[in-house]
Ligand binder design. Sequence first.
Ligand code: MG
Length: 242
Amino acid sequence: MRSLLILILSFYALGRSSAQEMKPEETEVWQPEPEVITPGMNGSAPSDAIILFDGSSFSNWQHEDASSVKWKLEDGAMIAQKGAGDIYTKQKFGSCQIHIEWRTPAEVVGESQGRGNSGIFLQGVYELQVLDSYNNRTYSNGQAGSIYKQTMPLVNASKGPGEWQTYDIIYHAPTFNSGHEYETPPYITVLHNGVLIQDHTKIQGTTPYIGLPKVNQHGKGPLRLQDHNNPTAFRNIWIREL
Ligand code: MG
């Protein structure tokens, strides 16, 4: 006990003397210097972002077969069209920060998973659920802000039908080992309407409707928006590669 006390005291003294001998400059880092960018305002894109959708055209998007987008363009928003199919960015991404705004229909039709259902697939593979989850009970790991069929959101921060909502996403792409398994799994952090709902959540694999997550090796992938037969709208989509 006594020797332990002496040990603790000597560490304390050592730490103190080295701190006294150091100059303030010795712990200052000047190089490199972070790049200067211009931040956005109220969700608008910062100067170093790639604008994926500014409300004017589908020029950065296509369907899976590379055909032109058959969703509706209306009042600066893109609206999913039943049966038209999912849409994909032409550009592919790895780790990234994403801002995206979405709106479920003002006129409430259907219930549970049938109400304003869409989704945002990171790297085209992992679905962050989009759903009207305002007074609309469904399974918790399938409501808005869930990593579909895996991880429920920390809270339900949903606004009502017909209101614009935001997701701010920080996504870290996985790496794979020689056995095609994750070396590091994908991780996702999500703010829903400014509220933390996924906190560095580990993604376990694919997000199928039926069955367990699977790990399929992939490289960079497109951002993909789901057509789930409901006219859910999107606007102001930008991305920053990390
Ligand atoms: Mg969905």
